[in-house]
Design a protein around this ligand. Structure first.
Ligand SMILES: Cc1cc2nc3c(=O)[nH]c(=O)nc-3n(C[C@H](O)[C@H](O)[C@H](O)COP(=O)(O)OP(=O)(O)OC[C@H]3O[C@@H](n4cnc5c(N)ncnc54)[C@H](O)[C@@H]3O)c2cc1C
Length: 426
């Protein structure tokens, strides 16, 4: 039986609840994609637009992973910003990655417009500063992004941010007018329908159990197989041990989200008068926004090693009330957890295994825009234009220290240190 979506607000308000069949028998394709999240479907859709015959194998349901559960916030650049990239990998790499750092959001807007995807897309993403130090960092971010050609940024002083976020928690912020938010499961479902309209086929409940490498790659599921010229591995934090070398370079982490009951129009206006989305600047950050039907969606918390906390609401509600104390009596209708994939350098990992298996993973918490970019770059590389893909593929991909047993405690200790630093404002 097909695994159902996690019991999220998104699953409860999905536009498309059709089940796709599981793979049976043998098929062939130009490209076979493992995983129907944003990485897999952006790759598949870009390839189908170029005329490739594409099959997608999804272990559970379309959007079952992070892509159907996330905060829905378009955040540009990468989890480590372009100044870090320049310091570690040089100015040529930083320049090349800078030219692509704002493209993922444009890919999303292009898909939404071209395929008329109904996903409550709204403009405007705010980075909120809790301390003066964070505000200085946001001023530096603005200068950095502008140096890489991104112009839709505006600094908000304390009064400015109060006009957009109804809390006294923040000393200021930075709004990216080209950021924004949307219903992620409805976006991924819309991308799936777009792919199907171009002749692509998606199989649900079709976990790839074995990869047989060769001039053509053969992927085996429980009841069938697909032979393809190219394979795209897009299982990210849900891939498990299918490809051991990818598992050793990354670590799944859980983050949790709650969604309130629908709020009155006055309450919505008092919390987020301009309907922007917000993430704060702490290492273990809070992120929130209104849904299309006026609920507050509030996320935060990171569980290292991807454990499901039994009481997500108990974990996140105090953060929500710290930001918006007036929500004291408001009911939480949904609470869920999802896994993103952390890498040691907090930069995405793109690459090839042999000459015909491509992968992209490890967006380290900021993946909505980068997954859409990744799909475009994979499609370029498969169709013979690999320059942009190879900028990412050239970044070193280090294993987590401590191996499987110690990588969780070591990274948790690192997170504890950074969050203590945030709390002390140093
Ligand atoms: C709770 C949460 C909130 C987040 N909020 C934000 C945010 O606001 N902004 C932002 O930029 N990023 C956010 N992220 C990160 C972002 O959601 C992810 O980086 C992104 O969705 C990853 O997409 P993906 O397609 O690579 O992986 P996923 O969406 O996880 O998809 C992988 C898919 O592969 C399938 N799969 C795995 N193994 C196999 C197999 N063997 N065979 C077949 N299929 C397989 C899985 O079932 C799954 O459907 C958040 C993440 C979480 C968990």
């Amino acid at each position: 039986m097909t695994t159902q979506h996690t019991s999220s607000y998104y699953a409860a308000s999905a536009n498309d609840t059709r089940l796709r069949p599981a793979l049976t028998g043998h098929e062939s394709a130009d490209v076979c994609v493992i995983g129907a999240g944003f990485t897999g479907l952006s790759s598949a859709l870009h390839l189908a637009q170029k005329g490739y015959r594409v099959r997608v194998l999804e272990a559970n349901r379309i959007g079952f992973g992070a892509s159907g559960r996330n905060g829905g916030q378009i955040v540009h650049s990468y989890s480590r910003d372009l100044d870090f990239i320049e310091q570690h990998y040089g100015s040529d790499t930083a320049r090349a990655m800078g030219q692509m750092a704002f493209e993922g959001g444009r890919v999303i807007r292009d898909f939404v417009a071209r395929y008329d995807i109904q996903c409550d897309l709204k403009d405007g993403g705010i980075f909120a500063a809790c301390t003066d130090k964070q505000m200085r960092e946001l001023e530096a971010k603005k200068r950095l992004w502008e140096a890489h050609g991104h112009e839709q940024l505006e600094l908000l002083d304390e009064t400015g941010i109060r006009g957009r976020v109804g809390t006294n928690r923040y000393v200021g912020g930075l709004i990216d007018h080209s950021g924004g938010h949307f219903h992620p499961l409805n976006l991924v479902l819309g991308e799936a329908a777009a792919l199907e309209s171009l002749g692509g086929v998606i199989y649900e409940d079709s976990a790839v159990e074995r990869v047989e490498e060769g001039d053509k790659v053969r992927l085996h599921t429980a009841n069938g197989s697909v032979t393809a010229d190219f394979v795209v591995v897009a299982g990210n934090a849900y891939l498990g041990g299918l490809i051991p070398q990818l598992a050793s370079r990354s670590m799944p982490c859980g983050t949790q989200v709650i969604t309130t009951e629908p709020l009155s129009p006055e309450t919505q206006r008092s919390l987020l008068p301009r309907d922007n989305c917000v993430e704060d600047c702490n290492y273990l950050l809070d992120y929130f926004r209104l849904s299309g039907d006026g609920r507050l969606i509030y996320g935060g918390g990171v569980t290292y090693g991807a454990r499901d906390p039994s009481r997500i609401e108990d974990l996140i509600r105090p953060n929500m009330l710290k930001t918006f104390p007036e929500l004291q009596g408001v009911k939480v209708d949904y609470a869920w957890t999802g896994n993103f994939l952390l890498t040691l350098m907090r930069l995405p990992q793109f690459g090839r295994i042999g000459s015909n298996i491509y992968y992209a993973q490890g967006y380290s918490g900021h993946g909505i825009a980068s997954t859409h970019l990744a799909g475009r770059l994979i499609s370029e590389a498969i169709s013979g234009q690999a320059e942009r893909f190879d900028v990412f593929a050239g970044l070193p991909q280090m294993p987590f220290p401590g191996g499987r047993m110690f990588r969780v405690p070591l990274t948790a200790m690192g997170a504890w240190f950074y969050s203590l630093r945030d709390r002390l404002g140093i």
